[in-house]
Design a protein around this ligand. Structure first.
Ligand SMILES: [Zn+2]
Length: 327
């Protein structure tokens, strides 16, 4: 195994998430990532400490195959970013401002480093080696603490005029709806992200909804999206209604995307997607009733095939695309 690894050429992929850091090695030719490691993102300790952790994780995985066998490093980080300068401009989840991430990693590691948006990396990873392999038009959606999105057209991420394309979470589904952290109203993220599900469930319980969740936690503020999913799976009426409503709102957003881009596949990942058919059945039903029939029929809506590693695989893929011209 060690000998085979030393004969293969690799790309290191890094996924900087709000909760976890993930690092691994992806074969240059494509394939299953190896030496994948993860660690909690200690955002409270500031960007320098997080970057130090990433550098030490990178050193460990690179040592497994020898630095000469690693072409470079692809990093997926939450944005907005300035890709050309390799700088993270702003990340509400991590509290970073103008962090020169590429320089901070390239100088200690001594390899070329490429930076891209984490949701673009997720979408590209699922397109390259996951549930949307080879699709001509793919939309990736991550339902996590926030809602991210990435668009892959003709084998490359579509980034728009200022690298801000694919912000699926900030498509409004109600012009006078819930206030979103971005300043707008009715963004799907304000209803269907993990933290929004938590907030909506707590509001429902505080209003006196009849649910096992109320007894499970003394304080409604202690409810998590995962608890709501579990309660729904166990047949709790209120939790089931919450997940159904969440799914239908995501369905509205995806119907809008289908009308705009007529994609072949929409791949959905992130913690909330772990609810499985409880989420996907009403979501697909909503799309079926809203989108043009020919467009809805042409579009598969599927769960991510690599929920844990699509981000780092995609970051490695974007590195290859950048230096090699294709994957
Ligand atoms: Zn928003």
């Amino acid at each position: 195994m060690a000998e085979r690894r030393a004969r293969t050429r690799w790309i290191a992929g890094v996924d900087i998430g709000g909760t976890n850091l993930r690092v691994g090695l992806v074969p240059f030719a494509g394939g299953r990532p190896v030496a994948v490691s993860s660690a909690p993102t200690c955002a409270a300790r500031g960007p320098a400490a997080v970057v130090e952790e990433v550098v030490s994780m990178l050193r460990m995985v690179i040592a497994e195959v020898g630095r000469a066998n690693v072409a470079g490093v692809g990093i997926g980080a939450p944005g907005p970013l300035d890709r050309s300068r390799g700088v993270v401009l702003e990340t509400p989840n991590l509290g970073w401002h103008d962090v020169p991430l590429v320089d901070m990693i390239a100088s200690p590691i001594g390899l070329p480093v490429i930076l891209d948006n984490d949701a673009n990396c997720f979408a590209f990873g699922e397109w390259w080696l996951g549930a949307g392999r080879g699709a001509e038009r793919l939309i990736g959606v991550t339902l996590g603490t926030g809602i991210g999105g990435g668009i892959i057209l003709g084998g490359a991420p579509y980034r728009g005029a200022s690298d801000a394309a694919g912000e699926v979470g900030h498509m409004s589904v109600d012009y006078s709806g819930r206030r979103c952290a971005c300043g707008s109203r009715g963004c799907v993220e304000a209803y269907a992200s993990g933290s929004a599900i938590t907030a909506r469930a707590a509001e429902g319980i505080a209003r006196g909804a009849d649910s096992a969740l109320a007894a499970a936690v003394g304080d409604p503020a202690g409810i998590t999206a995962e608890m709501v999913c579990k309660a729904a799976a166990a047949g709790d009426g209120f939790a089931t209604l919450m997940i159904d409503e969440t799914a239908r709102l995501i369905g509205v957003a995806i119907s809008n995307l289908i009308h705009l881009l007529n994609p072949d596949v929409v791949v959905i990942g992130g913690g909330v997607a772990g609810a499985g058919e409880l989420l996907f059945a009403p979501l697909r039903d909503e799309v079926k009733h809203r989108a043009f029939r020919s467009a809805a029929r042409a579009c598969r809506i599927v769960q991510a095939e690599r929920p844990a590693t699509a981000g780092l695989v995609g970051a490695a893929g974007v590195f290859k695309l950048t230096v090699h011209g294709n994957v």
